[in-house]
Design a protein around this ligand. Structure first.
Ligand code: ZN
Ligand code: ZN
Length: 782
């Protein structure tokens, strides 16, 4: 008998911790009569097996296909060892030594089995807002260190009761080693406070909160990755109060709905969209509303699309099963502040907004806002990366030392590489806020600690005044590390190449709001040739003066005046008909005159080739938006207007070729002259559509000119303007029609939160040459 025994050690890498993988291995080994053990180690899951050759083969055959739904097996390596006559199969305690290459799972929405218990009056977890199991529950937001075991999570202070302990220890139980396992006897609890923070007596704080919501109250509630502000989406007065108190006049509110039926009642959903909504990641999905909505119109603000998500925690589920099936569920912050995650912080920062606070005592280790996604040409595009996606890594096309990238300032996020994987952190918002800057630092330090990485290099934006740049400088000094500055749009381009496993050479179209160029000008309407660390600017949109600098980015009428001056080709007096256009009436005549004077002085205004500012100018001329209340608002409203038209023609524009070496310029002065005429005639939708068509045509012509000169057939699209569905779909279709391979952002956002991935990829490439050289030397010495 012993002669036929074989022993084999399997090491499994990938998303295999915290997803019920070890109990699955134990059951599979038992089914095939195999002895041995399974353990979580820093390198992944290690399985020791002893048994017949046929049983070992059957086990290996079934390991991947039968693995739990949340597990993602990246690598399985096998080593044969001499058999030792093992008996039985054991699940061993986790080991902590060595590098932490194992992956941390994202947070997972409540599973069906847990929902049944939540609704079962006979179950000991009936209506318990923190129930979970190995198939569901919080993960990233509760983990403080690896390997993923209860003492390394925020659950360490909740001692298991005998009943929970029995489930936790029983390998046949659904809650075997589910680290956040809890029940009303031993786990976290929720409570309700009034606006002043005074405890409200209630046996069932969830039912009491649901009742308050039904009466029109705004409730601040602590969820999985941070606080939400909630109110009844059908209550116009409540929605108006929330808008006023949150200082958010126009930006659409996300909605949480009771179930898929309610989602389908509010939006026209395709099967793919239903799948995205109901999947375990539970993002906010931007989709087409089913009009007229049975909701307060102010919910959508000035947007033509609707953002919906399903409940993803038992706490949300219980609230939505109250009297109101659709709740506004917006991030728990005030204006541009970061998301509140802790009870005291929420009481301090959301006081004055919320009428009541639904709190709990399970700490949030790391903030993670709700993710936002949308389908484009049938594929999901991640617009904001947060809960359910963080910290899922992006595989890179090369390995190398760890590098840490600090991103950009407006939509900040950091990114750390480790063993051929890039780990983009959650989006943390605008670093103009000191709390957000502190959060970015915590997020960066946490990624480094959690992944056990020792970065060899820090990468930051070229802009010397960015808060993220200064943080990189400070961390580099503290850790004694070198720094690399990378141009903003070069990083945008590399972020798309990185997620498609490429380093270039490729063409990249980068359309966004603002990024400092290598010539000191503001860029944002760029065609680049990118090959790893090499980047050449081949073409750009014509430069407009920014009258008033940063104020021009917040007041589109300033950009419209600058564009009209360009369209008037420096004429002393603009045509009288143009002077009747909306931007001339957006401010008192003296201010309009002052801005016109300013825009005529090139030395007084930073030049800017930004596509975002082109969008602003067009939106202002058409009378859509003169002052922004949130970033990207004018462009979003121009897109909504364009979607009402089927116009196919373009406005004129002219290619200006450089005298010597230098980029080509798409001169948009004729575009704005023609747009002004359409605006005068009041053809708003058609004009907005023609503006989009023209940008698509410029992009397509620029890429073809570059292909003729450089012979490259791949184009990467990136930058915040590509959140615009008409633009990204129009450019993709047009470029593919003339034979280009088009790469677009999928796993990270096209806007600035995606930049850190491109920076990290550049950092890795810059170290790779020296690293390859060193390891080759190492091998030859052996
Ligand atoms: Zn579950
Ligand atoms: Zn318990």
């Amino acid at each position: 008998m012993a002669a036929t025994q074989q022993r084999r050690r399997l090491t499994v890498g990938g998303l295999v911790q915290g997803v019920g993988f070890r109990p699955f291995v134990s059951r599979l080994a038992a089914r095939h009569g195999l002895a041995g053990s399974v353990s979580n180690g820093p390198e992944g899951v290690v399985i020791e097996l002893e048994g017949s050759a046929s049983a070992l083969a059957a086990f290996e055959d079934e390991l991947r296909p039968l693995a739990p739904p949340l597990a993602a097996l990246a690598t399985v390596t096998a080593v044969d060892e001499p058999p030792q006559g093992l008996e039985g199969f054991r699940i061993l305690p986790s080991r902590t030594a060595g590098p932490a290459a194992a992956r941390v799972p994202p947070d997972v929405a409540t599973c069906e089995a847990c929902l049944r218990e939540l609704h079962d009056p006979g179950d000991r977890r009936h209506r318990y807002p923190f129930l979970n199991c190995t198939d569901c529950g919080p993960r990233w937001t509760i983990i403080e260190a690896l390997p993923y075991d209860r003492p390394a999570t925020v659950m360490r202070d909740f001692a298991l009761c005998p009943a929970c302990r029995a489930e936790y220890d029983n390998s046949a139980d659904r809650r075997y080693h589910a680290q956040p396992v809890a029940c009303p006897a031993c786990g976290p609890r929720a409570w309700l406070l009034d606006a002043e923070g005074r405890p409200q007596c209630s046996d069932d704080p969830l039912a009491a909160a649901a009742e308050l919501l039904a009466q029109g109250a705004i409730v601040a509630l602590k969820g999985i990755g941070g606080f939400h502000l909630a109110c009844d989406a059908a209550d116009g007065a409540a929605v108006a109060r929330l808008r006023q108190r949150k200082r958010r006049p126009d930006k659409p509110f996300a909605l949480m709905v009771r179930d898929l039926e309610w989602a389908a009642a509010l939006a026209e959903l395709t099967d793919r969209e239903r799948g995205l909504l109901a999947g375990w990641r539970r993002p906010i999905l931007l989709c087409q509303p089913r009009l007229p909505l049975p909701l307060a119109p102010a919910v959508l603000g000035s947007s033509a699309s609707i953002g919906i998500m399903l409940c993803y925690s038992p706490l949300h589920q219980l609230l939505l099963e109250g009297p109101r099936p659709v709740l506004v569920m917006t991030s728990g912050n005030r204006a541009d502040e970061p998301l509140a995650t802790d009870n005291h912080e929420a009481l301090a920062r959301l006081g004055g907004i919320a009428d009541a606070f639904l709190l709990h005592d399970r700490p949030i280790a790391h903030a993670a806002d709700d993710s936002v996604t949308r389908l484009s040409r049938g594929r999901p595009v991640l617009l904001r990366r947060g809960r359910g996606y963080v910290p899922q890594p992006v595989p890179l096309a090369a390995e190398g030392p760890a590098v840490l990238a600090l991103g950009a300032d407006l939509k900040s996020a950091c990114c750390l590489t480790r063993a051929g994987l890039a780990f983009p952190g959650p989006c943390l918002g605008d670093l103009g806020n000191p709390d957000a800057a502190a959060q970015l630092e915590r997020s960066a330090r946490h990624l480094v600690r959690l992944l056990g990485a020792a970065p060899a290099l820090l990468i930051h934006d070229l802009h010397p005044d960015f808060v993220s740049t200064r943080l990189a400088e400070r961390l580099a000094a503290e850790w004694g590390l070198p720094l690399l500055a990378l141009q903003h749009h070069h990083a945008h381009a590399l972020s798309v190449l990185a997620e498609h496993g490429l380093r270039g050479p490729a063409l990249a179209i980068c359309l966004d709001g603002t990024g400092l160029g290598t010539d000191g000008h503001i860029w944002g309407g760029e065609l680049l040739l990118v090959d790893g660390l090499h980047c050449r600017r081949l073409a750009h949109l014509s430069e407009l003066p920014l009258p008033g600098g940063d104020r021009a980015a917040a007041e589109p009428w300033r950009m419209a005046l600058a564009a009209l001056l360009a369209a008037g080709e420096g004429a002393e007096v603009l045509p009288p008909a143009w002077q009747e256009l909306p931007p001339f009436h957006a401010a008192p005549p003296q201010r309009v005159e002052a801005v016109l004077r300013l825009a005529r002085q090139p030395e007084a205004c930073p030049p800017c080739s930004s596509a975002g500012r082109h969008f602003d100018a067009a939106a202002s001329m058409l009378g859509l938006r003169q002052t922004l209340s949130y970033e990207g608002q004018a462009a979003a409203e121009l897109e909504d207007a364009a979607a009402t038209s089927t116009a196919t023609e373009c406005y004129p524009f002219v290619w200006k070729l450089p005298a010597a070496e230098g980029p080509e310029v798409a001169d948009t002065a004729p575009l704005f002259a023609a747009l002004a005429e359409d605006a005068r005639r009041g053809a708003r939708g058609d004009a907005a559509r023609r503006f989009h068509n023209t940008l698509v045509e410029i992009v397509c012509q620029a890429a073809q000119r570059a292909r003729r000169a450089h012979g490259l057939g791949t184009v990467a699209l990136s930058g915040g303007c590509f959140q615009n569905r008409l633009l990204i779909e129009g450019c993709t279709t047009a470029l593919e029609a003339v034979g280009f391979q088009v790469l677009s952002p999928e796993q990270v956002s096209p806007n600035d939160e995606g930049i850190s991935l491109g920076q990290a990829w550049a950092g890795l490439l810059s170290l790779k040459a020296t690293w390859d050289h060193a390891s080759a030397g190492e091998k030859s010495r052996r």
